[in-house]
Design a binder for this molecule. Structure first.
Ligand code: ATP
Length: 230
């Protein structure tokens, strides 16, 4: 199980998360819901070590793993798909995947498998990653995390700015990963979609959990209230 335990996170003197406790079990999908600036990305970044945190604030299978580098977390099976994708523009699609695979773990998700499942990615494998459409780039960004064979996949706004068709393609790939038993933490602006794609949700406001529960039985009016802080 991956969890945070009363996690505080800071940017300089500014506190972005306050005693934030959350958990995700193997194979589960958890959605983080909240308005801009609520702290969703900060939570994901804290888990992979790009925001400084207490060592015992992030716990993986009862071991404190906070404050470790992103590479170290990858080797432990925690991968982040960052907001804005952040593919290496000077590298081809294939090189982006190869570079990532070196830092990850061996497993069912190989570059060959991803290329087979996504003929478009195979066709464009020697093009610079950023020459692809937004939707295709997002598939590459997800693939880059999957080739590391994580047990926990942290997805930050993977559907932002994509066409409806591309959004469905991205969620289709995520669905295949979930079928393979991956746990997913999903930050998604589209609340309806976030609830539809997840088992449980946490509503975050100003760095604190204000509501949590099972997504299937979520009261949408209550979630909207928590989201807008009314
Ligand atoms: P968004 O949808 O806008 O990404 P979010 O819920 O992911 O929202 P965060 O990006 O986690 O929000 O931001 C939480 C708080 O931390 C906000 O007040 C934001 O201004 C602040 N913050 C985020 N990144 C930094 C940074 N690099 N330096 C200083 N403050 C930051």
């Amino acid at each position: 199980m991956l969890r945070t335990d009363r996690l505080d996170a800071y940017y300089g003197l500014f506190q972005a998360l306050f005693s934030f406790s959350f958990q995700v079990f193997p194979g589960e999908t958890v959605a983080l819901i909240g308005s801009n600036g609520a702290g969703k990305s900060t939570l994901l970044r804290s888990i992979v070590g790009s925001v400084r945190t207490r060592r015992d604030g992030v716990v993986l299978d009862d071991q404190p793993v906070g404050g470790e580098s992103e590479r170290k977390q990858l080797s432990r099976g925690i991968a982040l798909v960052p907001e804005g994708r952040r593919l290496f523009a000077s590298l081809t699609v294939l090189e982006n995947l190869q570079l990532a695979a070196r830092n990850g773990r061996a497993g069912a998700w190989t570059i060959d498998r991803l290329m087979r499942e996504f003929p478009v990615m195979q066709a464009f494998q020697h093009r610079p990653a950023t020459a692809l459409s937004g939707g295709q780039q997002q598939l590459v960004a997800l693939s880059r995390a999957l080739v590391c064979n994580p047990a926990y996949l942290l997805c930050d706004e993977i559907s932002l700015g994509l066409s409806p068709v591309a959004v469905n393609e991205v969620y289709d790939l995520l669905g295949r990963a979930r079928n393979d038993g991956l746990a997913v933490v999903l930050v998604e602006q589209n609340v309806k979609r976030a609830l539809a794609e997840s088992d449980r949700y946490y509503c975050i406001q100003k760095g604190k959990v204000v509501l949590e529960g099972a997504s299937e039985s979520a009261d949408h009016a209550q979630v909207a209230q928590a989201y807008f802080g009314i």
